[in-house]
Design a protein around this ligand. Structure first.
Ligand code: CDM
Ligand code: ATP
Length: 271
């Protein structure tokens, strides 16, 4: 007999996102440094007669509760019927991998509940799902299937979403050129200050096309200009500010929450 299980689905943050080519099938080649927040969604799975999904939490509205949801598809791919609950704490279509992290969490929870590894290639659920199965600092390449875990010092951060959803395919379609330079090597072992200096020389190639789709992203980046580094994550609209000091991140989050009550603002630590 199997037991219920719970798993955390942390927000994914692309500290860099270089688009270095496009395959014949239209998918883009990526070179990205990814870390994960200590805020996120939470899933529980309970063995049942058929798959079902109940979505709760502050961002439940508009999230599908059927086979369109990546949680549902992850359970189908695992090949066992479960009743899933998804506590949606992350904004959707926000560049923080919400659905992808939820899918990876369902696979983790089902592995615990059924006591066997998920017989699933995570890439079949989405380009961000492989890195979300690792769920901590990693270098991501290919279209998302090549994931190399990294040992990185935790980085204090603020995440800000202005409440506009951005569709990933539209942002890729608005990219001026798919052929851009890859990352230069990350200064491994250099500590947070060296990582922040290096990050300032890297890019998110989807930032300009996302701003063209949703100009408010430029306002968010401007509001984060007190951070040691400010950039957009994924295909947006969520942006992040990075700090050497956790107290500075907390202070920035408090100030932005007060100035922009309609924005989603969270201080966090990336790992
Ligand atoms: C932008 C990122 O968030 C960066 O981490 C991911 O690459 C997107 O990952 P995802 O949302 O899991 O992406 P998928 O659901 O697999 O693909 C959504 C759409 O994004 C575009 N897409 C996605 C990944 C990729 N490497 N190249 C692409 O061109 C394609 O138009 C695809 O139809
Ligand atoms: N578990 C889920 N949570 C939120 N949205 C989901 C989920 N499963 C499917 N979706 C659908 O996927 C769309 C994209 O949402 P998601 O939060 O995964 O995007 P994202 O944060 O931009 O992801 P990425 O960073 O991987 O591009 C939503 O508009 C929603 O209809």
């Amino acid at each position: 007999m199997t037991t219920p299980a719970e798993a955390f689905a942390p927000a994914k943050v692309n500290l860099t996102l270089h688009v270095t080519g496009r395959r014949d099938d239209g998918y883009h080649l990526l070179d990205s440094l990814v870390m994960f927040a200590d805020i996120g969604d939470r899933v529980t799975v309970r063995p049942a007669d058929e798959i079902s999904l109940s979505v709760t939490g502050p961002f439940a509205e508009g999230v599908p509760n059927d086979a369109r949801n990546l949680c549902w598809r992850a359970a189908q791919a695992f090949g066992a019927p479960v009743a899933i609950t998804l506590d949606k704490q992350l904004p959707a279509a926000a560049g923080v991998g919400g659905g992808s992290s939820d899918a990876a969490a369902v696979l983790r929870a089902m592995e615990a509940a059924f006591g066997r590894p998920a017989p699933v290639d995570p890439l079949t659920l989405g380009a961000d799902v492989p890195v979300c199965t690792v769920a901590h600092a990693a270098h991501m390449a290919g279209i998302g299937e090549r994931v190399l875990p990294l040992t990185m010092a935790p980085i204090p951060a603020v995440l800000v979403n202005p409440g506009v959803s951005v569709a990933t395919p539209e942002v890729f379609a608005a990219l001026a050129s798919p052929d851009n330079a890859p990352m230069t090597p990350w200064p491994e072992g250099g500590g947070t200050a060296a990582t922040l200096r290096w990050l300032a020389t890297q890019r998110n190639d989807l930032q300009a096309p996302a701003i063209a789709c949703a100009p408010v992203i430029a306002e968010v980046l401007d509001a984060l200009k007190g951070a040691d580094l400010a950039r957009m994550s994924g295909s947006g609209a969520t942006c992040f500010g990075l700090f050497e000091d956790a107290a500075a991140a907390e202070a920035c989050a408090a100030e932005l929450s007060a100035a922009h009550p309609g924005w989603w603002v969270r201080a966090t630590t990336l790992r």
